[in-house]
Design a protein around this ligand. Structure first.
Ligand SMILES: [Fe+2]
Length: 285
């Protein structure tokens, strides 16, 4: 199966196939659905905007607060306005691609990524060039889906390159099932401020799947995978909790994260939590 559903635009007649494609673990790509920068905003396409060692500028579309940048005053306000515009763009895209999701969607952070895909020496666990499904230690999502919209805004033609595993989530989880142990916490991590919600059995399994995949050199090497390029001007959507992906190279992108509760899906049986419940034979939420 072609891992991407490629659509000509938001009026493509195959747009109605997009939700099914996403839920089956495909990437929905628009090769030409650009996010237009306004005059002067190209000046933000530099790693100079970062504070310290951050690799993204993060933005909370609910509060307008930015993190990870050293910009201040007028420059910060202009960059924040640009990221807010991207957030609105991504919400508009979702509204067209998946109107049925809209009442259920939880709008999360927006990220601005003017740095190159990280090639520094780092721990395997942090290395997003290794295949993984997204799971975040401090942000348990308690079974909700992680749906992300990305746009490449590179001004000089550089593709963003990903790798995608051939295995779907359930096949992968079954291969890794040995050694997985559901370890929910009672809420103590949240009480101590270590997580933003209770870590459920599902969250603990997803963290183990994330780490086990990244740490397993033999599996990384053996897993059949495919390279995908996303040219500047491309916008793509993907459930990053369900698709094994790795970001290999590229620079200058935006991303908007949404959480979707299972009841918002057309086929909730395709959610990772349901796949893991089939594998483990127990409820995980
Ligand atoms: Fe990821």
């Amino acid at each position: 199966m072609e891992p991407r559903l490629t659509l000509a635009g938001l009026d493509d007649p195959r747009l109605s196939e997009a939700v099914g494609a996403l839920e089956r673990g495909r990437i929905v790509m628009f090769p030409s659905l650009p996010f237009a920068l306004q005059r002067g905003e190209e000046a933000f396409l530099t790693t100079e905007v970062f504070s310290g060692k951050s690799k993204n500028v993060s933005f909370d579309p609910h509060t307008g607060k930015t993190g990870g940048t050293k910009l201040e005053g007028e420059n910060l306000a202009r960059m924040a306005a640009m990221i807010a515009r991207y957030s609105a763009f991504a919400q508009d895209v979702i509204g067209r691609v998946a109107p049925g999701y809209v009442p259920h969607l939880d709008l999360r952070r927006t990220s601005f990524r003017p740095g190159p895909v990280d090639t520094r020496v780092m721990s395997k666990r942090k290395d997003d060039r290794r295949l993984h499904v997204d799971a975040f230690p401090s942000n348990p999502n308690q079974g909700r889906r992680i749906l992300r919209v990305f746009t490449n805004v590179h001004p000089a033609g550089l593709e963003r390159v990903w790798e995608i595993a051939n295995d779907d989530f359930e096949t992968y989880a079954a291969k890794m099932a040995k050694g997985l142990k559901p370890r929910p916490d009672s809420g103590w991590r949240r009480a101590l401020g270590l997580t933003k919600g209770r870590r459920t059995a599902y969250d603990s399994l997803m963290l183990q799947l994330h780490d086990n995949a990244k740490l397993d050199d033999a599996w990384q090497a053996a897993e059949p995978k495919m390279r995908l390029g996303f040219p500047p001007g491309a916008t793509w959507l993907v459930y990053t909790d369900g698709v094994l992906h790795a970001a290999l190279s590229g620079q200058h992108a935006f991303e908007q994260t949404f959480y979707l509760p299972l009841e918002g899906m057309v086929e909730a049986s395709r959610a990772p939590v349901r796949a893991l419940e089939r594998l483990t034979g127990q409820p995980l939420l």
